[in-house]
Structure formats: C-alpha cells, structure tokens
Ligand binder design. Structure first.
Ligand code: SAH
Length: 254
C-alpha cells in the first residue's frame, strides 16, 4: 500500500477501469459518458469480454464486462469471469484505479434499503470454507478497499462491508459466513476483483447498488429483476458523482 500512496501523491489519477458483471448494469454509464466499444480489443480473440472506453474530463474511462456466456448466452456473472477480466484489464490498461461497480443484495438488519448505493469498506468471501488453520483465513480472503474518507464525506455515501460468493441465493452455511463477515451487502464478484487488484497493488473501490433485500420476505431473483433498471440508474448517478470527485485528484486525496 505504501508504494501505491507514494505513486498517488505524485500525479493525478488518469486511467480508471470499471469492472461490471453485466452490461445491463453498465449501460447507463456507457450512454452518459458516450463511451464506445473498443473494436481493437486488447483481449484474446476467444473471449467474450467487452471493453468500452472514452474520455471524461481528464480521465481515461474504461468499462469491462465479461460478456455473454458463449454457450448459454447469459451474462457471465460470478467470481471466475470477474477475476479473469480484472487480470487482463490490469495488464492491458495499467489502471491507476479499479472500480468494481454493480448490483448487490442488501441486509435490512444492517440498514440497507432497495436503491441504496454503498461504498464498500472491506470485502470477503462467504463460500470458501476451508476448516484448516490459516487456510480458513485464506478462504475468507478479507481485504480492505482503498480508503476514501474524503469521497465518503463529500458525497455522503453509505459505507458497508461486502461479502462475495458464487451463488445468488443464500444457503444456511453462506448465511453464517456472511454474518461472520459482518456484511451489509452481498454480491457475486467484488471480493474476486479485489483479490486480483491486490496482487498488482492497484487501488480498488467498490460501489454496489441494492436491488434486493436478502433478509426480507420476497424471492431474491424476482426482486432483483423488478428493481434492476431503477437501481442501475441510481448506481449511475453515484458513479458519475464519484468520477466528478476523482477528476483532477491524486489517490491520496480520495
Ligand atoms: N438473472 C440475472 C443475473 C443475476 S446474477 C440476469 O439478468 O442475467 C446476480 C448479479 O447481481 C450478480 O452479478 C451479483 O453480483 C448481483 N447481485 C444482486 N443481488 C444479489 C444477491 N442477493 N446475491 C448475490 N448477488 C447479487
């Protein structure tokens, strides 16, 4: 982290990579910033990953999504595609900052409501249970997001911990781990993006819009689909405020 801070103090942030799981989640931002699909993709020809880019103020904005599963045609959600696109994007685009953005389930017991946009303080996994000393901690993989005290204060963002797993539903085992992780929001990618970014010491922040209440009384997928459009619009508003704040600043100003 020290290296990152030193680098950050020297020059303003110029290149941002947003990692979204679903293009649907990214579309409002793509439209608003007039980003265009990169035709000379830096990714291997075999992959379905899509890259949109453009300039916004003094920032090079890139949005990557894993794209549609080549067999089933559905969005490639989950940790495996998210870590691959993060890895390839870091190598190809050398970002100063990664932003994992998207939707999440929220816990009303921890204060979450539909449409809230959270900035994440820590990430962890809830479906990597390895009951062996030290490997248990590796499995949970708790990491801090890049600290952004000024951004949080200025934008009045809600702050919470994120727990990531490869299932959209919540098994009793997952529930136990999510509680142990003290999570307010639950998704399927965030901790994986943060894991890869941490290897390369690329600072990462995570913004998650709540589409469904996990500890409520409605089926998750029904609530998710119903709120997806409205919540991605709210997420877009918050992301725009965040990049307006970031523009012209160094990492250490965040
Ligand atoms: N049916 C959807 C895919 C849903 S997968 C489609 O239209 O293709 C759920 C996605 O939203 C994942 O990317 C995940 O990160 C996020 N998400 C939203 N609510 C969630 C929840 N309650 N639990 C886990 N992930 C959730």
């Amino acid at each position: 982290m020290e290296d990152v801070m030193v680098k950050g103090e020297r020059r303003p942030i110029t290149t941002i990579v947003f990692v979204f799981a679903m293009q649907k989640e990214a579309q409002p931002l793509i439209n608003r910033l007039l980003l265009v699909k990169e035709v000379n993709s830096p990714f291997p020809k075999e992959v379905t990953w899509v890259l949109f880019n453009g300039k916004y103020k003094d920032l090079n904005i890139n949005i990557v999504c894993p794209g549609k599963d080549s067999t089933l045609g559905v969005e490639s959600v989950g940790t495996v595609p998210a870590s691959l696109v993060t890895f390839a994007s870091i190598l190809a685009l050398q970002p100063d900052l990664i932003i994992s953005a998207g939707t999440a389930g929220g816990f009303k017991a921890k204060g979450a409501s539909i449409g809230d946009v959270y900035i994440v303080s820590t990430v962890a996994f809830h479906d990597r249970r390895i009951p062996v000393p030290v490997l248990d901690l590796y499995g949970v993989g708790m990491r801090n997001a890049f600290p952004t005290p000024n951004l949080i204060k200025e934008l009045n963002l809600k702050v919470g911990r994120l727990s990531t797993g490869d299932s959209m539903d919540m098994s009793p085992h997952d529930k136990e781990s999510i509680i142990a992780n003290d999570a307010t929001v639950k998704d399927m990618e965030g901790a994986a993006v943060a894991y890869v970014a941490d290897i390369f010491k690329v600072p990462t922040i995570l913004l998650k819009g709540v589409t469904d209440i996990v500890d409520g009384n409605r089926p998750t997928s029904e609530e998710f689909l119903e709120n997806l459009a409205a919540v991605t619009a709210k997420l877009d508003e918050s992301v725009t405020k965040v990049i307006d704040f970031i523009s012209g600043k160094c990492l250490s100003d965040l």
